[in-house]
Design a protein around this ligand. Structure first.
Ligand code: ME8
Length: 509
């Protein structure tokens, strides 16, 4: 049996409502899942929520509700956003679900039975915000960095995973699998981090200090460290502990951002290695969004709420923007001006205009019937060649989750097709009866190109692709991403052309 293509997002903390950052990674994973389904691959796309830990316990206390009530309320916000953003996840994991909790316990039991866990008294520093033990190695100029918040001195007995034992193996694994951690700057970051000796990982918290967690199966005085709990979601939902796991695992991609690289590229692999479970195939950590050049934060009041953009411009345009603009290696800046520029130039102007004028001309000059090929010229060969190259590039970049480049390839074809319209001026050909055979070819070419484009944009803009398919009357045609000279059948009748995007006003800066 072929392994199912399996892609994951981080499971997000429920201490606050979802924002632009959460939306980006989830949209990126969704685009990949839709692409895989489109090319006929069996696909499983998992997202969900990380519901345990101190932050959630405290957020619930602040609201005066129980942690579970708080989680349920937040889960509604996330699920509503995913629905509005057309996210096609196959499952939605919540770490408070029984199906997950029992498998976290199984995971810990196995590690324990293999001798990979021991108990010791630890005396050191603890960051309450990060819910992590920290060491003096992390100090800068004699102080802990601000993102660790209040760091307190703590003496505590806890369980530890022998992470340090796996360090030589991990370094070699990263060296032997150069495309495992992507992009390269993140891989280098992990490699340089691994130059220092790894500590063992504290995997428990005393119940006296934190009650909102999964009980450690071999000691009821403790709950599981939230990161161990969370990481296990990637296998708990797809059959860990049963034969079903092999259908999905190893995951093809773990999509995350740069903030949680260490947990995914060090904690997770070393725990899997201790249990002889295969490594995920790729870990991709994209950059961060800034808003108007600044870090997004509640205190600055500049957190982008995806719902507002979806309500105003539609999910498709927002999804397009996230895929076109979020960079892999660096941070990207979200500005309203940039958003509107992309909306007007790429969507309304380039794509919307091409589709609308192509279909309108087929209506106007051929009563909606796509003509057969007539007289050909060199400009036809040229656009066919651009389509061939764009399509090959598109597949290559889609497979690598290089959306920016995949969309660039699609827009090369759109630009070429718009130029093709201008060069061939069908409105002039239509006035001259001697040019009728030439007009046939031009209109057929535009119909074929638009049909191909409707497929290429489908993973990014499912509603717009659907509208375009409807206008092309393609409902009955099998979905394919392979252009043939006759992608549309002879004498195919199209539907009614309608503008795909209304033009928005760009406010001049
Ligand atoms: O870390 N730009 O959850 P989290 C781009 N529960 N992406 C961003 C972003 C930004 N400014 N801010 C957040 C956790 N993200 C853990 C994960 S996984 C087993 C457990 C996205 O709610 C990005 O995907 O803090 C980042 O990695 C994730 O949200 C962190 O989400």
């Amino acid at each position: 049996m072929d392994k199912t293509f399996y892609i994951t997002t981080p499971i997000y903390y429920v201490n606050d409502r979802p924002h632009l950052g959460h939306a980006s990674t989830t949209v990126w994973a969704d685009v990949q899942a839709r692409y895989r389904r489109l090319i006929g691959q069996k696909t499983f796309f998992l997202t969900g929520l990380d519901e345990h830990g101190m932050k959630v316990q405290q957020a619930a206390e602040k609201q005066g509700v129980s942690p579970q009530q708080h989680c349920d309320e937040m889960a509604r916000h996330f699920q509503e956003l995913w629905k509005n953003l057309l996210i096609s996840n196959d499952d939605f994991v919540r770490t408070t679900q029984e199906r997950h909790k029992i498998l976290v316990q199984k995971f810990l039991t196995e590690l324990h039975q293999r001798g990979a866990i021991y108990k010791k008294t630890y005396h050191g520093w603890y960051s309450k915000i990060a819910e992590q033990f920290v060491t003096e190695k992390e100090m800068v100029d004699g102080k802990f960095p601000a993102h660790l918040g209040d760091v307190i001195e703590l003496e505590e007995e806890n369980y530890f995973f022998k992470m340090s034992e796996h360090q030589p193996w991990l370094v070699k694994y990263i060296q032997d699998h150069p495309d495992w951690i992507q992009p390269e700057n993140r891989r280098n970051e992990i490699m340089s981090w691994l130059q220092k000796p790894l500590d063992d990982l504290c995997i428990s918290r005393p119940r006296s200090r934190l009650s909102w967690g999964i009980p450690v199966p071999f000691d009821s005085n403790y709950v599981t460290y939230v990161w161990v709990d969370a990481l296990v979601n990637y296998i708990s939902i797809v059959g860990y502990g049963s034969n079903r796991l092999a259908e999905f695992w190893p995951a093809d991609w773990h999509l995350i951002a740069k903030d949680i690289l260490t947990t995914h590229a060090v904690y997770w692999p070393t725990m899997l290695h201790a249990l002889d479970i295969e490594m995920p195939r790729h870990i991709l950590a994209h950059g961060f969004w800034l808003k108007d050049g600044q870090k997004m934060s509640k205190s600055l009041g500049n957190v982008v709420n995806p719902q507002e953009y979806v309500a105003k411009y539609g999910a498709d345009a927002f999804r397009y923007f996230l895929c076109r603009e979020l960079q892999l290696s660096n941070d990207s800046d979200f500005t309203d001006n940039r958003f509107l520029q992309r909306f007007n130039a790429d969507l309304a102007n380039d794509l919307g205009n091409l589709a609308n004028r192509s279909l309108s001309m087929i209506q106007r000059y051929r009563k909606g019937v796509v003509p057969d090929w007539g007289e050909k010229t060199a400009s036809d060969d040229e656009i066919v060649e651009v389509a061939r190259v764009s399509l090959a590039d598109y597949h290559k970049h889609m497979e690598a989750i290089a959306y920016h480049s995949a969309l660039e390839a699609v827009w090369k074809l759109i630009s070429r097709a718009n130029r093709y319209v201008d060069e061939n001026a069908p409105w002039k050909l239509a006035k001259d009866p001697a040019s009728s055979a030439r007009l046939d070819t031009v209109l057929r070419m535009l119909a074929e190109t638009t049909a191909l484009l409707s497929h290429l944009i489908a993973p990014f803009m499912p509603t717009i692709a659907g509208k375009l398919e409807e206008q092309l009357n393609m409902k009955t045609l099998p979905p394919t991403l392979v252009p043939t000279p006759n992608f549309l059948p002879a004498s195919h009748v199209i539907g009614k052309p309608e503008p795909l995007f209304p033009r928005q006003q760009v406010e001049a800066r």
